[in-house]
Design a protein. Sequence first.
Length: 142
Amino acid sequence: MKNQTTEELAKTCYQAIMEAFEAGNHEEVLSLWTELGKISQEALIEVYSTQDENGERPISRIMVESELAATAWMGKRLTTTETYHVVDGEDFITTTHTWENHSETTTVPVSECEYVRQYNDCLITQSELYNKLESLKNTGKK
């Protein structure tokens, strides 16, 4: 897929997504969409904008239906928790989502966007925000 033009890539991926969806392979639909997003944002937008014979854009409906089908086994989401911690001077956020039949935990470095969200939610002061953003700038991370 990487040696195609944006238009060719979008057309190829659109057809593959449609075929996977019609076959009921929701995991494949999500996988194709994610992979395309990693390869080309332009092609991703083109796929999203593609209209069918009725002038509708089916991809948004297909993506929602596939996500719902792929995660239905988890049950109803019960809780989401976030904890912040520091390891070797770097801030991390651990997020745990708990459903009726499943739980997922991820730990990622805190980004510039997360610090701004914390400031907007009144969790940190303006001076703390400034210091954290300066720290990211000095380490080359964003």
